[in-house]
Design a protein around this ligand. Structure first.
Ligand code: UTP
Length: 288
């Protein structure tokens, strides 16, 4: 089965980034020279995704505008012979009809955000990408996961080891049988456990491949940790019905939903790009 559809939940309020996110969506904050969301979008494109579904909320229409054609801006750039800028805009254009937007009317949690896109998914396996998790890797993370999924179809989540003092920020998994170097079975998953209750230090991070079966438990609107409708709880309830795998991706993940995480990512990405490395190194030298 090839994964053709991806959901991008972008309806959150980004409270940890206030006041930057008072009027600018968190997903539109810049990482070097592109919005955070653009990175997850390109990762999905690289994985062969053809239909992109944004779960958005009121006041964040800059997100869908970013992926629109902007004919006036392009004509101005052409007239002024700003070829590089024009090419940069063309490079991020999408085909007409590739993007759909559904609304999540209330921020009831990630599980609820995914559920809001159910009518666009129908009977296919699909991907979910949380754009504030930005992953720097040789092969884009979702592409790695799609290859693993072809060998072992089922629900799949990207996993990463975290420090004991951080387990209460994540969904934490109880790993089962190792299938190969990067894929392992998941016996259980618990949202935001206290360290003493955590089944391991393996955290779920924001890349998923999901069976449409996930909409059945999500239909119940059960509240979990923090009073939110958790995707983690829906995944846990399908264990035994749908195979469930963790995938230890190759790459480095940045939490761009926090102020220092976004700064860290900006430094790492600027240092890793040919066109920005030297200048970034010179800036950093000033602070040593
Ligand atoms: P986060 O919890 O990181 O995002 O959810 P948030 O709620 O915007 O951030 P804070 O905690 O207030 O700072 C991860 C992703 O899930 C989306 C968010 O937009 C983010 O991309 N999300 C979360 C929704 O779409 N709906 C929700 O109800 C919750």
């Amino acid at each position: 089965v090839k994964i053709k559809k991806a959901i991008f939940p972008v309806a959150g309020m980004g409270t940890r980034m206030l006041p930057a996110t008072k009027v600018i969506p968190k997903e539109m904050l810049p990482l070097v020279d592109k919005p955070i969301l653009q990175y997850a979008f390109e990762e999905a494109q690289a994985a062969g995704i053809e239909e992109f579904i944004f779960v958005n909320s009121a006041g964040k229409t800059a997100i869908e505008d970013h992926f629109d054609a902007a004919p006036y801006l392009k004509s101005v750039l052409a007239k002024k012979q700003k070829h590089n800028e024009l090419e940069a805009l063309k490079a991020i254009e999408t085909a007409p009809g590739q993007i759909s937007v559904v609304r999540q009317p209330y921020s009831l949690g990630l599980g609820h955000a995914v559920w809001c896109a159910r009518q666009l998914i129908k009977d296919d396996y699909f991907a979910v990408l949380l754009p504030d998790d930005v992953i720097q890797s040789d092969t884009p993370c979702l592409q790695q996961m799609c290859a693993a999924f072809e060998k072992n179809p089922g629900n799949m989540v990207a996993t990463m080891e975290v420090a004991t003092e951080h387990v209460s920020r994540y969904g934490i998994i109880k790993p089962g049988t190792q299938i190969n170097l990067r894929t392992h079975e998941i016996l259980n998953i618990v949202e935001k456990p206290q360290p003493e209750q955590a089944p391991s230090r393996m955290a779920a991070i924001g890349r998923y491949i999901l069976s449409p079966e996930i909409f059945k438990p999500l239909d119940d609107h059960q509240q979990g940790a923090g009073g939110e409708i958790q995707l983690t709880d829906a995944l846990a309830s399908l264990i035994g019905t749908v195979p469930f795998y963790g995938f230890c991706f190759e790459g480095k993940r940045f939490d761009c939903g926090t102020k220092m995480g976004l700064l860290d990512a900006n430094i790492a990405f600027a240092l890793s790009r040919e066109d920005t490395r030297l200048e970034a190194e010179n800036i950093l030298k000033k602070y040593r």
